[in-house]
Design a binder for this molecule. Structure first.
Ligand code: F0G
Length: 448
């Protein structure tokens, strides 16, 4: 059989609410054309993020009933710790309420003004948390990723020569850590090869610099390595993930992605002195080190999710279903970041809407129109999110895990192709109000 099916059946459903284009035009105006400011009830298909939006399994819900809510030393923590140790090999496992809390603690301990942190591509919260300490966040993507239409198997990696040059230029003492984001979210959800992880790890070791993974989508990355990199076809996704983690000194992780949890994160390290400093900070804002801002039941949901996420049937379906959306729009003339990524499809709105200049936010314009036309919510990943650091003007359609069926995705395909038919009518936007950090979450726009 050729058909790749959803490897689950549905036991509990959530109704979707339909709205009319006229209603949606009104909601858009009220939200200042920022889709983060819409009410979720007014959205039909929500592709804003794959973060915290997964459907949990019967196994996870059952595990939640076992959750131990003891303030200190809860059994749930030890179940999570055992799972994470087995997967990553890291000796110190610190739970946090989500990924950015792990980032905030890590960078508060390690970074100060004058420091530079290289990454293949920083995610927005990672960049913001580094910049908040006064350090600089430097993206070192591969040159081959500059063209969204090029089709390499591992476009998400880091430019290792650029990394060497940066270390020479700054000196290793100004680089507290090197990070690799797997998969490369802001770079189109593209994977990073094991060879690239090994190369970056090697450079870090040679210069005595810590090497961390931003491991949010480690399982999807492992699947791409299995499918695309020579020598891994017979490995299990878990073995590949174990090797990825073994090359690093620590990781930050958002359990809202590749752990099927609705909340949670992890900060891991092998360095006992660093772990102690991190726990001292954790207690100030997150909580005691055996719960870190989470309920015991959340820790259990994460522990089970970390095992389920590595099941080959799930990963095969996951990557195939993302590719299904990508191919069905790209093969009909909508430019996407090629090849399709793991958790999302990124429409290259800069290329699709050349009549809207960068300063008028073409990807925001497409996001607004897709919602108005069909009730679908995506997210701008371009100049609204990254300002002058934006490399492209993308509309990301992130796919929540185990949530939507193929007919939902067929509806999304139809909507995008209809908007593409009349793309020349779309107009730009200007920002009328914005905060100092992470403006995309709350700024307001006006159509031009
Ligand atoms: N790192 C990466 C690569 C991410 O994609 C995210 C979150 C984080 C760190 C922060 O984790 O949300 O748990 O605090 N990405 C979400 C997204 C929000 O929509 O891509 P968090």
């Amino acid at each position: 059989m050729q058909t790749i099916i959803e490897p689950f059946r549905i036991k509990s459903v959530e109704p979707l609410r339909r709205t009319t284009p006229e209603e949606r035009a009104k909601y858009l105006e009220q939200a200042g054309y920022n889709l983060f400011l819409l009410r979720a009830d007014d959205i039909l298909i929500d592709l804003l993020t794959d973060s915290g939006t997964s459907a949990m399994s019967t196994g996870q819900w059952a595990a939640m009933m076992r959750g131990d809510e003891s303030y200190a030393g809860s059994a749930s923590y030890f179940r999570l710790k055992t799972t994470v140790e087995d997967l990553t090999g890291f000796q110190h496992v610190i739970p946090t309420h989500q990924g950015r809390a792990a980032e905030r603690i890590l960078f508060s301990v390690l970074c100060k003004p004058g420091h530079v942190v290289p990454n293949n591509t920083h995610f927005d919260t990672t960049r913001a948390n580094i910049e908040f300490t006064g350090a600089e966040a430097r993206d070192l993507p591969l040159a081959s990723s500059a063209d969204t239409q090029s089709t390499g198997p591992f476009k998400g990696g880091m430019d290792v020569e650029a990394l060497e040059r940066l270390i020479e230029e700054c000196g290793p003492e100004r680089i507290p850590l090197i990070m690799l984001t797997v998969t490369n979210n802001s770079g189109g959800g593209q994977p990073v090869s094991m060879a690239n992880i090994e190369a970056v790890s090697g450079v870090a070791r040679r210069h005595g610099i810590r090497f961390y993974l931003d491991a949010c989508r480690f399982a999807e990355n492992a699947w791409f390595i299995r499918e695309r990199e020579e020598g891994y076809a017979d490995w299990t996704p878990k073995q590949i993930a174990q090797k990825m983690f073994s090359l690093a000194d620590g990781c930050t992780f958002s359990a809202k992605k590749d752990a099927f949890a609705n909340i949670g994160g992890l900060l891991c390290t092998n360095d006992p002195a660093l772990a102690q400093q991190e726990k001292d900070l954790l207690i100030l804002t997150e909580g005691f080190p055996t719960y870190g801002g989470l309920a015991g039941r959340d820790l259990d949901a994460i522990a089970v999710g970390l095992q389920e996420i590595l099941e080959p049937d799930y990963l095969e379906y996951r990557i195939a279903s993302t590719g299904y959306l990508g191919r069905h729009i790209a093969d009909h003339g909508v430019p996407i970041v090629e090849p399709p990524g793991g958790h999302a499809i990124y429409i290259d709105a800069g290329r699709m809407l050349p009549h809207i200049p960068t300063g008028e936010f073409p990807a925001q314009s497409l996001a607004v129109e897709l919602y108005r036309h069909a009730g679908i919510r995506g997210v701008e990943i371009g100049s609204v999110m990254f300002g002058e650091h934006a490399r492209y003007e993308l509309l990301r359609l992130a796919i929540p895990r185990r949530v939507y069926t193929q007919s939902h995705i067929d509806y999304v395909v139809e909507a995008i192709l209809e908007v593409n038919e009349r793309k020349n009518e779309l107009r730009g936007y200007e920002i009328t109000q914005q905060p100092e950090f992470l403006r995309h979450f709350s700024c307001r726009f006006r159509p031009l």
